[in-house]
Design a protein around this ligand. Structure first.
Ligand SMILES: Nc1ncnc2c1ncn2[C@@H]1O[C@H](COP(=O)(O)OP(=O)(O)OP(=O)(O)O)[C@@H](O)[C@H]1O
Length: 256
């Protein structure tokens, strides 16, 4: 993988403005009513980079999925700019996410039989016809920058690291204003993990995009501007800069 050296992905495009995030009094519950996550308050400025850390099973992915609108909280508001995704129905949340967000999942979720380019440009299928060529061109430029041969072979025979980089290119090919990543370096060795996170942050910053990254890897979370910790289903301040998160007492969660 090569380090970032410019921004082919954004050439010729108007600068984007990321929406500010403001979350209040959010709770996420399981189908049986069990409390999975409590987040009293979280504010993230446009273009900021937020790390989310915590033990396995603590609720980090649940937090990310709620911020992405992939799940609907039981209570509270999750405002991206003027839009409260927690108040939207599923179709409207999907549309909002497609328009503004790029997601990187822990297990990639690639189409095995497609080439790296077809995977990275898959968002074109959901975009207006006039935007499709640009998405494909950005996907090709991103793959080049991340050191993956765009049309080499289908992704089923590629390494975990290559697949991870394709997933990053896919997340960024639509020019998202918000990038949400769940363990984006899980499949990479130290050197490639460091390069990938540097690339991800550089690409996001060039476009003014916000990054929120869940990771067990301290090198990833410490590369962000701020850290939120999730412990036992409660999101709270980290010790790295001033995250505006107010934690609920764990005892309160245990009662719920
Ligand atoms: N849809 C669901 N229904 C019931 N329980 C769930 C659901 N999704 C997640 N959980 C539970 O919520 C808790 C938090 O899960 P989550 O995946 O958010 O943790 P995590 O911190 O991301 O863990 P890891 O680091 O291992 O990925 C776990 O106990 C998990 O089993």
């Amino acid at each position: 993988m090569r380090p970032c050296d410019g921004s082919p992905s954004r050439r010729g495009r108007a600068p984007v403005t990321a929406p500010a995030l403001s979350a209040r009094d959010v709770t996420v519950t399981a189908a049986d009513g069990r409390l999975l996550l409590r987040l009293d308050r979280l504010d993230v400025a446009p273009g900021a980079a937020l790390g989310v850390r915590g033990p396995s099973g603590a609720g980090k992915s649940t937090l990310l999925n709620a911020l992405a609108g992939l799940l609907r909280p039981a209570t509270g508001a999750i405002r991206w700019g003027g839009t409260d995704v927690a108040a939207l129905g599923e179709a409207a949340r999907d549309a909002f996410r497609r328009r503004f967000m790029g997601l990187i999942f822990q297990d990639f979720l690639l189409f095995e039989e497609l080439s790296p380019l077809d995977n990275a440009a898959v968002g074109a299928a959901f975009a207006p016809r006039a935007e499709r060529a640009a998405i494909r061109a950005r996907a090709a430029a991103l793959l080049d920058r991340l050191g993956v041969a765009a049309g080499a072979r289908d992704v089923s025979r590629m390494s975990g690291g290559e697949r991870q980089r394709i997933a990053v290119a896919r997340a960024l090919s639509g020019g998202p204003r918000v990038i949400l990543a769940d363990e984006p370096t899980a499949s990479l060795d130290r050197a490639n993990a460091d390069l990938l996170i540097a690339d991800l942050l550089a690409l996001a910053r060039e476009g003014g995009g916000t990054v929120i990254a869940v990771s067990h890897d301290p090198a990833v979370t410490m590369a962000m501007d701020r850290i939120v910790s999730v412990v036992d289903g409660v999101a709270r301040d980290g010790d790295h800069a001033g995250a505006a998160v107010v934690a609920a007492p764990v005892a309160e969660r245990a009662r719920a």
